[in-house]
Design a protein around this ligand. Structure first.
Ligand SMILES: *[C@@H]1O[C@H](CO)[C@@H](O)[C@H](O)[C@H]1NC(C)=O
Ligand SMILES: *[C@@H]1O[C@H](CO)[C@@H](O)[C@H](O)[C@H]1NC(C)=O
Ligand SMILES: *[C@@H]1O[C@H](CO)[C@@H](O)[C@H](O)[C@H]1NC(C)=O
Ligand SMILES: [Zn+2]
Ligand SMILES: [Zn+2]
Length: 317
């Protein structure tokens, strides 16, 4: 296995880079296809994305910026792609992956709202993020993880638990984050906001074990619990979840890839599986970053506010 390409793409040129085909289906000239009313992206240095056997597309810290960056002054046109453009891009990429017989996984590392009027500022009774979440559920995400912004207000966490998590069939992960709710008899119980982990097979039969880890966040609202990462990796459920060897581990989480606790999770898995590939997709610090913990792993952090989409591909594997 080797990582053949890592790219952190400014989210402005997608709309033009991936368009293919004319009305008659025979014209393969590349055409710009961003929405007519949108700020057009500047001429951008670009190159074709390289496909591998397993490919990833990553978003993080989108914070409600679903209509992209609309100002005409620099650098906004560089990031003018909106969530509709992204949905279209992902749709084309998923179809292309199927045609090529390769895997393409779409993952998100949390902080879905708090940042724009589209997602926030609802009057009392309304729940920030609820409406934009409806749009996010239209995309074929394979794994999503909870962020700290999903935990500042109990009713928002409850909305994630009751309305958002169930849409993902066990793929909205909150390995170390619980919510307190009432059971059928009105008794308070602690349950994960989404799911603790997921085991699944890719379209091409590769076995995946995925976790969704949040950094050691302490400003969460009453009625929510964040377990420290160092405690989570010692939990019996965690040890038993990593016992079986998958084709790769997929650690998606709201934690920076540098100078935070990913190594705790990474080392816990490495102690059991010395060579199994481990792929990490982090977030929270709103930067573009990439760190390699060892030669069978890679960790990527893909910016913020829909100005960056992370992409990588793995070949010969
Ligand atoms: C925006 O894109 C232009 C054209 O490629 C580039 O010269 C400029 O550095 C970019 N600005 C930022 C802030 O990324
Ligand atoms: C989270 O909820 C699970 C399931 O009810 C429980 O077993 C676990 O102890 C809780 N963890 C924390 C840290 O509260
Ligand atoms: C990968 O790392 C291991 C452990 O450090 C080392 O034994 C091995 O030679 C390395 N492989 C390559 C291709 O660098
Ligand atoms: Zn954030
Ligand atoms: Zn955050």
């Amino acid at each position: 296995m080797r990582v053949s390409q890592l790219a952190l793409l400014s989210f402005g040129f997608f709309a033009s880079a991936n368009a293919c085909g004319g009305d008659d289906g025979h014209n393969h000239a590349i055409k710009k296809r961003s929405q007519p009313g949108a700020t057009q992206s500047t001429a951008f240095p670009s190159s074709p994305l390289i496909w591998g056997d397993v490919n990833f597309i990553h978003t993080t810290d989108s914070h409600g910026w679903l209509i992209g960056h609309q100002k005409k002054s620099a650098p906004e046109p560089n990031y003018s792609g909106d969530f509709g453009d992204f949905a279209s891009f992902v749709d084309h990429m998923k179809r292309e992956a199927d045609l090529r017989g390769v895997d393409l996984l779409l993952v998100d590392s949390g902080d879905l709202h708090d940042g724009t009027g589209l997602s926030d500022g609802y009057p009392p009774g309304g729940i920030d993020g609820h409406e934009t979440n409806e749009l996010i559920t239209q995309l074929p995400y394979d794994v999503l993880a909870i962020g700290n912004h999903e935990l500042y207000k109990y009713q928002i966490t409850r909305d994630m638990h009751e309305n958002f998590a169930p849409k993902w069939n066990g793929r909205y992960l909150s390995s170390n984050v619980n919510i307190t709710t009432l059971d059928k008899d009105g008794k308070a119980i602690d349950v994960p906001v989404g799911d603790r982990y997921a085991k699944f097979e890719t379209r091409n039969g590769r076995k995946v074990t995925a976790f969704g880890v949040l950094f050691n966040f302490a400003s969460n609202d009453k009625g929510t619990t964040v377990q420290k990462v160092q405690d989570m990796v010692n939990e019996p459920w965690f040890k038993s979840a990593i016992a079986e060897e998958p084709d790769f581990f997929l650690l998606v989480g709201h934690m920076p890839v540098a100078q935070d606790n990913w190594p705790l999770v990474f080392n816990a898995i490495r102690a059991v599986h010395p060579t199994t590939p481990i792929f990490i997709f982090g977030g929270h610090t709103h930067i573009r970053d990439c760190v390699q913990y060892d030669n069978r792993s890679m960790a990527l952090e893909s910016g913020r506010y829909m100005e960056t989409v992370g992409q990588w591909s793995l070949r010969h594997w």
